[in-house]
Ligand binder design. Structure first.
Ligand SMILES: Nc1ncnc2c1ncn2[C@@H]1O[C@H](COP(=O)(O)OP(=O)(O)O)[C@@H](O)[C@H]1O
Ligand SMILES: [Mg+2]
Length: 280
């Protein structure tokens, strides 16, 4: 568990202050399917300690973009620089090694297992009885699970209950805790994490994202719900038919302006300096 090592929110500024160097720097990222550009020369920076929302109509290229930076699909061209190093991501494992994790919608939890069993699934801790016979170390796993929830500031569910008894928001917390158990995650990607949740549950997940940010993680979130986007995002990146329209500060854009930008694919005049095409 290396969360505390990642928990430093930059160079001593306020918690919301953006650090100078992006964690991920994307330039000219392009994905072609046949003759069709699913992503066309995308430029974007992702900073530590920020929540960046990626929005756009169906087919705008959001999933394609995320799949490239999480190592699922190879770009046709363009570069992905992570923590100052150009990376060629051949697999999700390589992305993970570079600090990028994706929380999938199904969360990959096993319903009949307890919270603790889900978190340690495939990497159970063992102890030796009388120094010889190997046995699962339930006490230590429980201690580490509790410490993990504590450290992440996640609401702690009853660890001994099967996860099928948990609410959607609690399941999200377990899914996130599982991802962060023993990895060096710095960017967490979430594709529509609130899609199947009610109002209360969504609130829980929005809180959870806020806590992750406060602990120094970058979060890239795809959401169709613009109310959620405005509640959670520091910046909003807008895609339209495979192109990056721009990335704007949440505080400099209004709800109806954002809707117009998503539909029209052009930033309004007063925000046009935010067009990501102009990134150096
Ligand atoms: N595997 C694929 N093969 C061919 N075309 C694809 C594939 N994946 C996505 N596309 C196309 O690329 C475009 C962007 O899709 P996608 O990234 O899924 O958009 P979004 O997630 O924003 O809805 C769409 O036109 C889609 O049809
Ligand atoms: Mg999609």
């Amino acid at each position: 568990m290396t969360v505390s090592a990642n928990a430093n929110p930059g160079q001593g500024g306020a918690a919301t202050e953006r650090s100078a160097d992006p964690f991920v720097r994307i330039r000219g990222l392009t994905k072609k399917y046949g003759g069709h550009f699913a992503n066309d020369s995308i430029n974007l920076d992702i900073y530590p300690n920020e929540v960046l929302a990626l929005v756009g109509d169906n087919g705008a290229g959001k999933s394609t973009f995320i799949k490239m930076i999480s190592g699922v699909h190879r770009p046709t061209s363009g570069s992905i620089r992570i923590d100052g190093r150009d990376r060629d991501l051949h697999s999700p494992q390589e992305a993970r090694n570079a600090g990028i994790e994706t929380l999938h919608q199904n969360l990959a939890l096993v319903d009949v297992f307890t919270v603790q069993e889900n978190i340690f699934m495939g990497r159970e801790l063992q102890r030796r009885i009388a120094g010889v016979v190997p046995a699962l170390d339930h006490a230590e796993m429980r201690r580490r699970t509790e410490a993990l929830f504590e450290e992440l500031g996640l609401p702690k569910p009853d660890l001994t209950r099967p996860v099928r008894a948990l609410s959607g928001g609690q399941r999200q917390a377990v899914g996130i805790a599982r991802l962060l158990l023993d990895s060096d995650v710095r960017l967490l990607i979430m594709d529509e994490p609130m899609a199947a949740l009610g109002v209360e549950e969504s609130r829980l997940v929005l809180d959870l994202i806020e806590r992750l940010k406060a602990r120094g993680f970058a979060v890239l979130i795809i959401s169709h719900n613009l109310d959620h986007v405005f509640q959670i995002a520091d910046r909003i990146a807008i895609l339209k038919t495979g192109r990056m329209v721009g990335a704007v500060e949440r505080d400099e854009v209004e709800h109806d302006v954002l809707v117009h930008t998503i539909v029209g694919g052009r930033l309004p005049e007063h925000l046009s300096h935010r067009n990501a095409e102009h990134l150096a």
